[in-house]
Design a protein around this ligand. Structure first.
Ligand SMILES: NC(=O)c1ccc[n+]([C@@H]2O[C@H](COP(=O)([O-])OP(=O)(O)OC[C@H]3O[C@@H](n4cnc5c(N)ncnc54)[C@H](OP(=O)(O)O)[C@@H]3O)[C@@H](O)[C@H]2O)c1
Length: 375
């Protein structure tokens, strides 16, 4: 951790939809006295200047494949902690390939996916394995349910990811070639099958987001996931027609995103800086239910909260930065997951901030603070 710098936390992208909410979350009356810093994603010197004078940089300047790399480079070079909201696997993989050695050498902690992608999934899986014995293979299924609407930045980033499947695969291959594997332990994502699931109390379908990759990286770093950890990630939907509609919708969007002019038209559906209204956000919610098994031990847990995309995302992002700046954390550097970098400290912060982490059923190894009936 860097001791003496002019700023504890800087929000880069504070004029954007999510950046504004993040700055509001962090704001207190003393902030009036703070300076406004100006930096441009295309001006490396301006980014280096901000990074060198800051302990933790938060960035909401996305799509990250378009704007993100120079800031990661500046933070890796200056030993500055970094958190973002990317859900773009290609970006996380390329940043690992290009800056991991530099970040490890400088002591910078580069933590991607500190919003709804992938904090509830990553910390939820971490919370789940803590309830199970650690001396045998553990399998966890994660089932996501929720409702909400995207902002302009999220729509642009999602279309970017959907249109870059080949590049995403290439970046993953480059990373795989150089990333060390844990010795004597295994952790991997396993594609599940669409089905009716009694634990989720829903129809479930595999969800190919960045989340399973993040969960598995945490499992490779931390012994608590046991000797042989597997994770499967699903969308859970109560009624079958909604599931079919959702699958067709995502498939159609992925196809259309490959066609340049059509993609441009789709991007105009919501412009940069625009997002769901406060009223729409107040009706949004999410739950991620986890079913963990280790031999004959079993547990069902759930992480839940309000508006996943913006209200809770800005909270998760801001609390991650506060956690890096002020909490006592394990000594690790380089690209890290939220669970590997912050684990229990971030779970505690998010619980205090109103996000629920609950054990719903099972016989947990560590008695939970609260048990509730499975619904
Ligand atoms: N699920 C999740 O985890 C989650 C949730 C929410 C958002 N996100 C991601 O967060 C990102 C932001 O989304 P958003 O809707 O908040 O976007 P947005 O409203 O379009 O905001 C983008 C921000 O980037 C700034 N920016 C653009 N170009 C820049 C440049 N060259 N240099 C410096 N700053 C620049 C903009 O500044 P100006 O105002 O000056 O243009 C603005 O502050 C997206 O990638 C989105 O996918 C992820």
């Amino acid at each position: 951790m860097v001791a003496e710098r002019a700023h504890d936390i800087v929000v880069f992208g504070a004029t954007g939809f999510t950046g504004k909410l993040t700055a509001e979350y962090l704001a207190n009356p003393d902030c009036e006295k703070l300076p406004l810093l100006h930096a441009d994603a295309s001006d490396a010197a301006s980014l280096r200047e901000v990074a060198a004078n800051t302990r933790v940089v938060i960035t909401t300047v996305g799509p990250y494949m378009t704007y993100g790399e120079p800031l990661v480079a500046a933070c890796a070079e200056t030993g500055t902690d970094y958190v973002d909201l990317t859900g773009e696997p290609e970006f996380a993989d390329l940043m690992y390939v290009r800056y991991q050695a530099k970040a490890v050498a400088s002591g910078a902690r580069i933590i991607h996916a500190c919003g709804f992608d992938s904090v509830p999934h990553d910390l939820g899986a971490y919370f789940t394995v803590q309830q199970l014995p650690h001396d045998r293979p553990i399998h966890v299924d994660g089932f996501l349910r929720g409702g909400g609407q995207p902002s302009g930045g999220t729509l642009a980033s999602a279309l970017d990811v959907l249109s870059r499947t080949t590049q995403t695969r290439d970046a993953a291959k480059q990373r795989k070639k150089i990333e060390p594997k844990p010795s004597g332990r295994r952790a991997r994502a396993v594609a599940g099958k669409p089905r009716r699931d009694e634990i989720a109390r829903s129809w479930v379908v595999p969800l190919p987001t960045i989340d399973p990759q993040i969960v598995v990286r945490s499992a490779r770093t931390l012994d608590v996931y046991g000797p042989d950890f597997t994770y499967s990630h699903y969308a859970a939907i109560k009624r079958l027609p909604m599931l079919a509609g959702g699958a067709i919708g995502v498939g159609a969007l992925a196809g259309l995103a490959q066609i340049g002019p059509v993609r441009k038209r789709l991007e105009t559906l919501r412009k940069p800086g625009e997002g769901p209204s406060e009223e729409q956000r107040s009706k949004s919610w999410f739950t991620v239910r986890f079913h963990g098994t280790a031999g004959d031990a079993e547990v069902v847990t759930e992480v839940s909260g309000g508006d996943p995309g913006y209200g809770e995302t800005s909270k998760m992002l801001a609390e991650s930065a506060l956690c890096l700046a002020f909490d006592d954390l394990p000594t690790r550097a380089g690209q890290l997951t939220p669970a590997a970098a912050m684990g229990d400290a971030l779970v505690d912060r998010l619980r205090k901030a109103g996000i629920r982490f609950e054990v719903l059923s099972g016989k947990p190894v560590n008695p939970p603070s609260r048990q509730v009936t499975l619904r």
